[in-house]
Design a protein around this ligand. Structure first.
Ligand code: SAM
Ligand code: SF4
Length: 345
C-alpha cells in the first residue's frame, strides 16, 4: 500500500444532493445462523453460490480504493458476518487500510463470545447487536432458532474485549415486542450500552410476515408511539449525543442513566434521507446506494475481469452519482429485489 494518509482527500465522495458519503456497510455473506421473522422468510431464500460471493481480498480491495476516494468508516454485516470464514483477517486488512478511521460490525451475537477478543485484536472498534426482546421464549420465536443466553454471553465477551460502546438494535413490532420497549429502555439505567429502537422496514410480502403457529402478523410501530410508551413508564427523555456520531439515530437519555436510548425512524423522520451518509456493498459485489431502493451498480465484473483501480473508482462514482435523494416507501415503492438478509441492514 503506497498511498500516504496525507495525500488522501478529505471527503470528495459527495452525492448529487450534497450529502457527504464517508461510510460503507459491507455485507460479507448472505448466510445466517438465524431466521428472524422480519429479515428472512421462513422457507429461506436461495443462497448465492459461493463462487459468486466476493473473496475477502476482493472486499479489501474495494475498501482500499474507496478509502482513497474519501471513505472513512466501514461496518461489516451479513447475513450474519460471524459465519464468514476469515472474518478477523478481513477486519485486520480493513483496519490497516490508510484512511479508514472506524471499523465496526453488526451481529446477532450468537457466536460472538468465541470471536470478540480475536476481532478486537484485529482492530475492530465496536459491535451492534440485534436484540429485540429480553425474554428467551420470545427471542426464539422472533429469531426462529436463537438462544438468548448465547447472545448475552456474546455481549459480555464484547464488553470484556473492549468493543465499546455496545449498541443494541431493537426492531419494534406491534403485538410481537412492543409491550417490552419500556423494559428494554430501563436497562440503560444500569448498563452503559446504547439501545436503538428501529422502525420496521417493509422488505417482506404480507403473507411472509406472520410468525408461524401464532396469529401474529408483523405490524409497524412509529417511533412516536415507542417514545410515548417509554416516557409514560419511565419519565421524560433528555436529548443526548452518542460518542460515535454520524448515524441515523436520534439519541436521548433517561435522567441519571448510564446508557443511551436512540430512535431510528426511516419511515417517520422527515430528515432521515437528507442526512444519509452511506452506501452498501452486497456480498456478491453490488454497490447499493440506498438501502430502500433496488438500484445497484455491479463491481464484481470489474474486479474479476482485470479492471484497474481507476475502473473501480468509476463504478463507485457511478453508484454515488445515482444515489436517490430519498426512499419512496410512502408511495408504495418498497425494495423487492432483495430481502434484508441479502443487504445487511
Ligand atoms: N445478522 C446481523 C444482525 O442480525 O445483527 C447483521 C445483519 S441484520 C440484516 C442487520 C440489522 O438489520 C439488524 O439489526 C436487524 O434487526 C435489522 N433488520 C433486519 N430486517 C429489518 C427490517 N425489516 N426492518 C428493520 N430492521 C431490520
Ligand atoms: Fe440473520 Fe441478522 Fe437477518 Fe436475523 S436480522 S435473520 S440474525 S441477518
Amino acid at each position: 500500500m503506497t498511498t500516504s494518509e496525507d495525500s488522501l482527500p478529505l471527503s470528495p465522495l459527495v452525492d448529487p444532493f450534497q450529502r457527504s458519503i464517508s461510510y460503507l456497510r459491507v455485507s460479507v455473506t448472505d448466510r445466517c445462523n438465524l431466521r428472524c421473522v422480519y429479515c428472512m422468510p421462513e422457507q429461506g431464500i436461495p443462497f448465492v453460490p459461493r463462487q459468486e460471493i466476493l473473496s475477502l481480498e476482493e472486499v479489501a480491495r474495494v475498501v482500499r480504493v474507496a478509502a482513497g476516494m474519501g471513505l472513512r468508516r466501514v461496518r461489516l454485516t451479513g447475513g450474519e458476518p460471524l459465519v464468514r470464514n476469515g472474518i478477523a483477517k478481513l477486519v485486520r486488512w480493513i483496519a490497516e487500510t490508510p484512511g479508514i478511521e472506524d471499523i465496526s460490525l453488526t451481529t446477532n451475537a450468537m457466536v460472538l463470545a468465541s470471536y470478540a477478543h480475536e476481532l478486537a485484536a484485529a482492530g475492530l472498534k465496536r459491535v451492534n447487536v440485534s436484540l429485540d426482546t429480553l425474554r428467551p421464549e420470545r427471542f426464539r420465536q422472533i429469531t426462529r432458532y436463537g438462544d438468548l443466553a448465547a447472545v448475552r454471553e456474546g455481549i459480555a465477551a464484547a464488553r470484556d474485549a473492549g468493543l465499546a460502546p455496545i449498541k443494541l438494535n431493537v426492531v419494534v413490532m406491534r403485538e410481537v415486542n412492543d409491550d417490552e420497549v419500556a423494559d428494554i429502555a430501563r436497562t440503560t439505567l444500569t448498563e452503559d450500552w446504547e439501545v436503538r429502537f428501529i422502525e420496521l422496514m417493509p422488505f417482506m410480502d404480507e403473507q411472509e410476515t406472520c410468525i408461524k403457529d401464532t396469529s401474529l402478523v408483523l405490524g409497524f410501530v412509529p417511533t412516536q408511539d415507542v417514545r410515548r410508551q417509554i416516557e409514560e413508564a419511565l419519565g421524560p427523555l433528555e436529548a443526548a449525543q452518542t460518542t460515535t456520531g454520524g448515524g441515523p439515530a436520534s439519541y436521548y437519555r433517561l435522567p441519571g442513566a448510564r446508557g443511551l436510548i436512540g430512535f431510528i425512524s426511516p419511515l417517520t423522520e422527515s430528515q432521515f434521507c437528507a442526512t444519509c451518509n452511506r452506501m452498501r456493498l452486497t456480498a456478491e459485489g453490488k454497490i447499493r446506494p440506498c438501502l430502500l431502493t433496488d438500484h445497484e451498480v455491479d463491481l464484481r465484473q470489474t474486479l474479476r475481469s482485470g479492471g484497474s483501480d481507476d475502473d473501480l473508482r468509476a463504478r463507485i462514482l457511478l453508484a454515488l452519482n445515482t444515489k436517490p435523494d430519498a426512499h419512496h416507501l410512502w408511495d408504495g415503492n418498497r425494495p423487492r429485489q432483495r430481502k434484508m438478509i441479502q443487504i445487511g441492514g
